[in-house]
Design a protein around this ligand. Structure first.
Ligand code: C2E
Ligand code: CA
Ligand code: CA
Ligand code: CA
Length: 280
């Protein structure tokens, strides 16, 4: 069941494929959404486990649909990927994320990283490194107090040689690379070692049951310690309770993210959070 589905409308649940009619409607709507400026990035804080400071923000895409209200990305990212629209949407996400990073820097917030989600298909699409370099340059990100990070899912590892090359170029631009939803795919940490990766994000599926389930505890502890052995950082997502946080603290997880610290917020609310955080 969708946790966030209360105030929002989902076209269909992630488990069930949309009917072909739905898909056509989504595709048509998405094309319009880009030009009608119905897309918006929300931001969720990432908190350093030791200092308690906000050290990053993850940008999460929202669609303000004229009839259906606020639509969550799980309802449309899949269709965007299949139709190739993800390239255009993804470029918009990168540009918008970089613009927000510049705004926050100009307002004096020096949160470390602004993270955007990038679909594996975008990485393999020609020119992503140029689009990222341009967006960074336009917003004076290189050398600035806020840096860009990208989150990619494990499925990227199916196209290794190409991925290694692109990720290497991005890293040379100063972009940090995180593997998202780690533990849900079939990749091993051995494979990861061949890729230029800075951070592993433990999927919320493991975090959810940390307080009650020994298997989730064992897997999470192992992922954290192996990731550290490989010299990478660990972020746990979906942290909702003090018990989960305590377990992650005991295992020396580096950064935590989840409703316990704040849900994804619209830009104005995210800025308010940063203001409070700076004062507090
Ligand atoms: P994700 O990257 O794994 O993002 C984490 C999801 O967990 C987000 O859902 C977030 O709102 C939700 N979440 C955050 N904290 C908690 C918590 O404490 N508990 C629970 N149960 N959930 C929490 P959201 O925003 O609906 O995004 C869903 C997925 O859509 C993302 O999963 C990501 O894969 C994709 N997505 C979002 N924005 C973009 C984008 O700009 N580009 C691409 N390619 N994919 C995106
Ligand atoms: Ca993510
Ligand atoms: Ca994730
Ligand atoms: Ca996910």
């Amino acid at each position: 069941a969708k946790q966030q589905g209360r105030k929002t409308f989902a076209f269909y649940s992630t488990e069930i494929m949309a009917s072909s009619v739905e898909r056509v409607l989504i595709e048509r709507g998405l094309r319009a959404a880009l030009s009608a400026q119905q897309l918006e990035l929300y931001y969720q804080p990432q908190v350093d486990m030791v200092t308690g400071r906000i050290v990053g923000m993850e940008a999460l895409l929202r669609w303000h649909h004229p009839e259906r209200g606020l639509v969550q990305p799980d309802s449309f990212i899949g269709v965007a990927e299949e139709t190739g629209l993800i390239s255009e949407i993804g470029e918009w996400v990168i540009q918008q994320g970089c613009r927000q990073a510049r705004l926050w820097r100009e307002q004096g917030f020096n949160l470390g990283y602004l993270w955007v989600n990038v679909s594996p298909r975008q990485i393999l699409h020609n020119g992503i490194e140029d689009a990222i370099a341009q967006a960074m340059h336009e917003n004076q990100l290189p050398g600035g107090a806020i840096k860009l990070g990208i989150e990619i899912t494990e499925s990227l590892l199916q196209s290794m040689p190409q991925s290694i090359e692109v990720l290497g170029k991005l890293r040379a631009l100063g972009v940090r690379i995180a593997i998202d939803d780690f533990g849900t795919g079939f990749s091993s940490l051995g494979l990861l070692k061949q890729l230029p990766i800075d951070v592993i994000k433990i999927d919320k599926m493991f975090v959810r049951h940390l307080a009650v389930d020994g298997d989730s505890q064992a897997i999470t502890a192992a992922m954290i310690s192996m990731t550290h052995t490989l010299g990478m950082g660990v972020v746990a997502e979906g942290v909702e309770t003090a018990e989960q946080l305590e377990f992650l603290r005991m295992q020396s997880c580096d950064v935590v993210q989840g409703y316990l610290f704040g849900a994804p917020l619209c830009p104005a609310e995210a800025t308010q959070l940063l203001v409070k955080h700076r004062l507090g």
